[in-house]
Design a protein around this ligand. Structure first.
Ligand code: BDP
Length: 728
């Protein structure tokens, strides 16, 4: 007994030393996301309570038990829930301003604000101000905004501040307004509830049961998004079906829109360009045909009758087999403008995707979007945004920023990031994408307009439209995203949509504190894991600028050997071009000259392997295997080092996570540990298969100390995954 007690002593000591928030929730399943609101430690509770002991809001309160019907009701409900959880006691609603109250007010609901020099005009429609101040003689925590939705965003910001353990509220003075106007999720959700490139179960939209049955989850979805400032969602896949625009489906979309509206989230739909033709309503889908334009106009009117604040259409046209205006020898602008005219009277927008490439064109796939869209600059209607993927190929683990950013100054460009990890290990691999997003957003395009973030924020000449989209990683699994850490990518996307210049590390820290534990040791360790995670994936999958090496169709696992697909630009060999002489895609002037699509400053940098960042070396250059790298190693050796370091980084993450066990609730700790083990195995697989293949083409020996692949190349080639998820 005595020895047992002795053995348990260190654990006991650890438990006693831990703050209250560290060890709760042994059975947490991740459903609560970052809105967990677990009790703070006592000292902090006392402090915060003094500044948040009641809530004062104006306007009708929500009837008990019913879902909020307005942003203010949503804000009150969230403050009660959040402060109730964090402080252990739900603050009551007070009828008038009193000491210690959280007061939610706009100049309209509280005219006194106008005389207080709060500079609310700097906040725009959606911004907010948080301030400890005196109001009607009382010391209060003021959440002020110009609109009710600003109050909701401000309330979430206040809860976030408290949740991450920021110092007391006594000297609070913070203002924030979103830098982009449209902050939108793109669901690639099909009408049969499958999700294209989804790894988190079925679609959360239970289309079959809608519109009568509204899953309670829609409300939690709205809360999570509003907490980040996301204000739009495209409900269905860009590979769209005509049915979505028929009356029964419009009714379903309207029901979802109604659930999301109190949270400031507008619904958009992906439209298939040939819809009227396929529904038999017109004889063509030619955008210049008056009957076609009239059909779309009437359709828009019909949608707006059910969804008065409908956001508009997202369109994938003439891309990967989707129909589009080019089928009728019309331009992308002809197509987009026809749809834009249909929604314009209702203040809707068209988000027209620039993700186009055609195998009939022998040109480098990386060049095609720019070649097609740049000449159209300035020809789009005022309510069209061109939605551009972060890079010129396709959501690879690392891509240089798309050359279109900064190249179309007269057209509002919208960023499209992928949150779901189609090419970064599905929901299995830990890869925090905040760093990836920041890398693109922080790229100076050398056009004189600054970084991609600044270009997005500035928008187009003479237009106020700005925006960003993220392909959602949300599904019906309890933890929403397929793994706990993938929630961080939704979070980081949303926070960067609000402020594209935010710092990925700061966001990781915020997320970790709210999601796992606010204990400083846990936050630090989780943040460090997140910050190294994406580079680890790049290292074991696509180091040094390699890209598009994944398995065919499902995109799972390595397949650099694939060379037999119908379209050349679907084959990995098209991208890595490895042979006896060397490896990499020559996009300099001696090759495809894709570098010339960048502004001169950047083009010069990318044109020369010596000035190209090594992380993108083989994206832009084909180099001999013995090319001398900055490290002094030969390219072949460097490649091997990178593969090894990717695997080692996953092992490191695994060990860091194991050490966190005492600080993380048991179930989620176990969930993550299991996935890290699987990630490790898959990292080894990527390394081994890639080395086996590149060795087979280079004919080079493995230097001493490099572990040989575990299996012969043919083994890796023989692996098949007919049931991999996400095929839609
Ligand atoms: C690719 C996906 C495919 C999408 C396409 C797109 O593999 O499922 O339809 O992007 O963005 O990466 O349209």
């Amino acid at each position: 007994m005595k020895t047992m007690f002795k053995a348990l002593m260190p654990l006991l000591a650890l438990l006693l030393a831990m703050p209250a928030h560290a060890v709760q929730g042994a059975t947490e399943d991740g459903y609560d996301l970052w809105l967990r609101y677990r009790p703070m430690d006592k000292a902090a509770r006392v402090q915060v309570r003094a500044a948040a002991s009641s809530i004062v809001a104006f306007g009708p309160a929500a009837p008990a038990g019913s879902a909020p019907a307005s942003p203010v009701q949503a804000a009150v409900a969230e403050l009660q829930r959040g402060l109730g959880g964090l402080l252990g006691k739900e603050p009551p609603l007070a009828a008038s301003v009193q000491d210690g109250a959280v007061v939610l007010a706009t100049p309209a609901s509280m005219p006194a604000l106008s005389g207080m020099d709060l500079k609310l005009e700097t906040l725009g429609r959606e911004g907010y101000l948080l301030r400890s101040t005196r109001l009607q003689g009382h010391k209060v925590t003021l959440v002020a905004a110009n609109s009710d939705i600003g109050l909701l965003y401000g309330s979430y910001a206040l809860l976030r501040k408290i949740g991450i353990g920021a110092e007391g509220l006594a000297a609070l003075d913070e203002r924030s307004a979103p830098k982009l106007q449209l902050r939108v999720l793109n669901h690639w959700d099909n009408l049969d509830r499958t999700v294209e490139r989804g790894y988190a179960g079925e679609s959360i939209w239970n289309w079959w049961a809608l519109p009568e049955v509204r899953d309670r989850r829609y409300l939690d979805y709205a809360r999570a998004n509003a907490s980040l400032g996301i204000n739009g969602t495209v409900l269905n896949n860009v590979n769209s079906k005509p049915d979505i625009l028929t009356a029964p489906w419009i009714a379903k979309a309207a029901a979802v829109a109604e659930s999301l509206r109190p949270y400031g989230i507008k619904v958009y739909l992906s439209a298939r360009f040939s819809t009227p033709l396929e529904l038999g309503a017109t004889k063509t889908a030619d955008p210049l045909d008056p009957a076609v334009a009239a059909w779309w106009k009437a359709k828009a009117d019909e949608i707006y009758k059910s969804i008065p604040d409908f956001g508009g259409f997202l369109v994938k046209a003439n891309s990967e087999g989707q129909p589009g205006p080019q089928d009728y020898h019309r331009s992308h602008a002809d197509g987009a403008n026809m749809l834009a005219k249909a929604v314009a009277p209702h203040k809707g927008v068209v988000m027209w995707r620039a993700f186009v490439y055609a195998h009939e064109k022998p040109d480098d796939r990386a060049k095609q979007a720019y070649s097609e869209f740049k000449p159209l600059d300035g020809t789009f209607d005022a309510n069209v945004l061109v939605q551009v993927k972060n890079g010129a190929i396709d959501f690879q683990p690392r891509e240089p920023a798309h050359p279109l950013f900064g190249a179309m100054p007269n057209t509002p460009l919208m960023m499209e990031f992928q949150i779901t990890k189609e090419y970064l290990g599905y929901a299995t691999h830990l890869a925090y994408l905040g760093t990836m997003y920041q890398e693109t957003l922080g790229t100076d395009m050398h056009t004189g307009a600054g970084t991609v973030a600044q270009i997005l924020e500035a928008g187009a000449q003479g237009s106020k439209l700005t925006g960003i989209a993220g392909v959602a990683n949300i599904g019906s699994e309890r933890n929403w995203s397929g793994s706990h850490f993938d929630q961080a990518n939704w979070y980081a996307f949303g926070r960067l949509a609000w402020n594209p210049q935010a710092d990925a590390r700061a966001l990781a820290r915020e997320w970790a504190a709210q999601t796992f534990s606010a204990a400083p040791a846990a936050v630090a360790q989780v943040t460090d894991m997140m910050m190294m995670s994406r580079e680890a994936v790049v290292n074991y999958m696509t180091p040094l600028g390699l890209h598009h090496l994944m398995g065919t169709g499902h995109h799972h696992g390595p397949a650099p050997w694939v060379a037999n697909l119908e379209r050349p630009d679907w084959n990995p060999v098209y991208y890595h071009r490895a042979d006896k002489g060397g490896i990499g895609f020559d996009r300099s002037a001696s090759g495809s000259n894709a570098v010339a699509q960048y502004a001169p400053g950047l083009a010069r940098q990318y044109a020369d392997p010596r000035s190209t960042p090594e992380t993108m070396l083989l994206w832009f250059h084909h180099l001999p295997w013995d090319y001398k790298m900055a490290s002094g190693r030969k390219l072949w050796e460097e490649l091997l080092v990178r593969y090894d370091s990717g695997v080692a980084q996953v092992d490191d993450m695994r060990q860091r996570w194991a050490r966190l066990k005492p600080l993380i609730d048991a179930r989620r700790h176990e969930d993550v540990a299991v996935l890290l083990d699987k990630q490790y195995q898959e990292a080894v697989w990527w390394r081994d298969a890639s080395i086996a293949y590149f060795q087979s083409v280079s004919g080079l020996a493995l230097p001493a100390g490099v572990k040989a692949p575990g299996m012969p190349l043919d083994y890796y080639k023989s692996l098949k995954f007919p049931y991999a998820p996400g095929r839609g």
